[in-house]
Design a protein around this ligand. Structure first.
Ligand SMILES: Nc1ncnc2c1ncn2[C@@H]1O[C@H](COP(=O)(O)OP(=O)(O)OP(=O)(O)O)[C@@H](O)[C@H]1O
Ligand SMILES: [Mg+2]
Length: 275
């Protein structure tokens, strides 16, 4: 197995708050690695640190063996890393197809000089990009919605659109921040299947989510964060039987400030005595 992304001993503070404390996590090529944990555990901070939006106080980020610590956000896609954000970031007043088109990097028509001097290159490239957009929309089940305004999509369809745009970047390392939050089952399994197909095609996924159905059914490895620290790493089966994880998710002190969108189902809680 080849390690695609490696985060070693990462620490991040916001003023006096230590959001990440000595966190290490790695994502293997061709796998879905999940990062879970209660609200405020530091999951989005970790994605921010990997994708250059958040500065690490300590630690190192390595991608394909290259030290990318301190990378600027705009460098990510060029290196082969792309991410989604927790808040839906579809352009509501553009169509579904236009939203996906925005994901493709390095379009010749973006440069006015190229458009003026070699319009045929831009045209050819544009036709190819439109075809890829059709393929991607078909892949996520939104082809019949291609010309619909994004604002007219359901919440679940908008989440699928965000995934299609992420795939459009062509990045090998895909990082998603809660694609499953609030999704009906049907959309959840669509996203899970799309992610499995992405890794079957050789891509690597780092999946942040609370939704246990998504994690347990589609992840290869799971790391659990709590209060900025890793408390467990293992297969989904190991994680659902891990006593420290069960305590975090089901302890009496686990109240509304510390909610989990989708608790483990009784069968998923597994046998705590197995750990
Ligand atoms: N820019 C920021 N400035 C100050 N504090 C922040 C900032 N970003 C995050 N935090 C704090 O850092 C901690 C970790 O936040 P983070 O968003 O990483 O958690 P999370 O695991 O993604 O939670 P959620 O499941 O709610 O998305 C929280 O206490 C949060 O309030
Ligand atoms: Mg978050």
């Amino acid at each position: 197995m080849t390690t695609m992304l490696d985060v070693a001993n990462a620490s991040v503070s916001f003023g006096g708050l230590r959001a990440l404390k000595d966190v290490s996590i790695s994502a293997e090529e061709g796998q879905v690695t999940a990062l879970i944990g209660p609200n405020g555990a530091g999951k989005s901070t970790l994605l921010g640190a990997v994708s250059g939006f958040t500065r690490l106080d300590e630690g190192r980020v390595t991608f394909r063996g290259q030290d990318i610590t301190g990378m600027r956000p705009h460098q990510g896609v060029g290196l082969g890393l792309a991410r989604t954000f927790q808040d839906l970031e579809v352009m509501q007043r553009l169509t579904v197809a236009e939203n996906v088109l925005l994901g493709f990097p390095d379009q010749p028509a973006e440069r006015l000089s190229r458009l003026l001097l070699t319009p045929w290159v831009a045209n050819r490239h544009h036709r190819a990009t439109v075809q890829k957009t059709v393929d991607l929309l078909d892949h996520v089940g939104l082809l019949d919605r291609a010309d619909t305004l994004a604002s007219d999509l359901s919440y679940g369809e908008q989440k699928l659109l965000v995934v299609a745009r992420l795939l459009a970047t062509g990045a090998d390392m895909l990082m998603l921040d809660e694609p499953g939050a609030g999704l009906p089952d049907v959309n959840l399994h669509q996203i899970g299947s799309v992610l499995r197909e992405a890794v079957a095609g050789g891509r690597t996924v780092l999946l942040v989510d609370h939704n246990m159905d998504l994690i347990m059914n589609y992840a290869d490895r799971v790391t659990v964060l709590h209060h900025g620290q890793v408390i467990a790493t293992g297969t989904p089966a190991q994680i659902q039987a891990n006593q420290a994880v069960i305590d975090v998710y089901f302890s009496r002190s686990h109240t509304a400030q510390d909610p989990v969108d989708e608790p483990l189902t009784p069968s998923q809680k597994g046998a705590p005595d197995a750990s």
